[in-house]
Design a protein around this ligand. Structure first.
Ligand SMILES: [Zn+2]
Length: 300
């Protein structure tokens, strides 16, 4: 198969003129290393004209979308591909209201599908931030306020963010996670999942970081009103404006998904040529997610 590359929407629409071309693309991805029947595990069969795979042993016909995040997409695969394309290639966030209007589907339908795309954007946790990493926390939602003395306003969602910097202090990668409070206990899962033990970590003087020094190489320096953490504050600013583009459901409950989406796109900004293909690949590998699971925010 040839994988789609680039960010050109005209090329994209030429390669995917209809639902069928998308189905073929999914099938090629799903069975690129050969077929294995989901029902009985048998490995021989043939692909039918409708692009489903027919198992010679149990006669089950498997659709390219079965068992993937495209399972039961009812508004058409081409629209689904377009939404994934826009989400992975545009640099600004697009709300589900806007997306719904653009593709003639209900806002709710757009929102559910976008949550599935975000699901595929979740970090694999295989590549923790390393080298020089700056870490800080901030709040999103509600009114803006200065950071003095940390906010304990429960209306807002608290977030911890880590930024990996290169030698010229350029931003390489970013991870962010929702936290309950500013204690070292709440910081710990973020460190474990997203920061390498070998990283040289810099934070401000907040005492919540001090206990983590036992396991991590942390240097605490004065923030100097943010001057010592310029790159970090640029990212925090971007995350806040990003969240503002998502007026519906930008609740604490679903914040994780938006943060995952933000990080995914920043971390792959140097690989924009293949970003669409990669997201489709992840969506094919990921097991289906159902609406009730998204509503209840179950981890799947
Ligand atoms: Zn079978």
């Amino acid at each position: 198969m040839s994988q789609f590359e680039g960010q050109n929407i005209v090329d994209f629409l030429k390669v995917f003129p209809d639902d069928e071309s998308c189905l073929v693309y999914l099938g090629d991805l799903k069975w690129k290393d050969g077929f294995q029947c989901v029902k009985c595990g048998h490995q021989s069969g043939c692909q039918r004209k409708d692009h489903g795979y027919f198992c010679y042993r149990c006669k089950h016909i498997e659709s390219p979308t079965a068992g993937t995040l495209f399972h039961k997409v009812r508004f058409g695969l081409r629209k689904a591909f377009c939404i994934a394309f826009e989400m992975s290639t545009s640099s600004k966030g697009i709300s589900s209201i806007q997306m719904g209007k653009r593709y003639g589907i209900r806002q709710g339908t757009a929102w559910f599908f976008m949550q599935k795309v975000r699901k595929a954007m979740e970090s694999s946790q295989k590549w923790p931030l390393c080298e020089l990493v700056h870490v800080d926390e901030f709040v999103v939602g509600g009114q803006e306020e200065g950071k003095k003395g940390r906010s304990y306003n429960t209306q807002k969602t608290k977030v911890i963010v880590g930024v990996e910097l290169n030698q010229k202090r350029g931003i390489k990668r970013v991870y962010a996670q929702v936290i309950d409070d500013y204690s070292s206990k709440s910081f710990t899962p973020f460190f474990e999942q997203h920061i390498s033990k070998d990283a040289k970590i810099v934070t401000d003087k907040w005492r919540g970081y001090t206990p983590l020094k036992k396991q991590y190489n942390i240097d605490q320096i004065p923030s100097n009103k943010g001057k010592n953490f310029k790159e970090l504050h640029l990212i925090i600013h971007q995350i806040k404006s990003w969240i503002r583009t998502i007026p519906t459901h930008a609740s604490k409950f679903h914040m994780k998904k938006y943060l995952d989406e933000f990080s995914y796109r920043i971390n792959r900004s140097q690989f924009k040529q293949t970003i669409f293909h990669k997201i489709i690949e992840r969506m094919v590998k990921h097991k289906p997610v159902y609406q009730y699971q998204i509503i209840q925010n179950l981890s799947v």
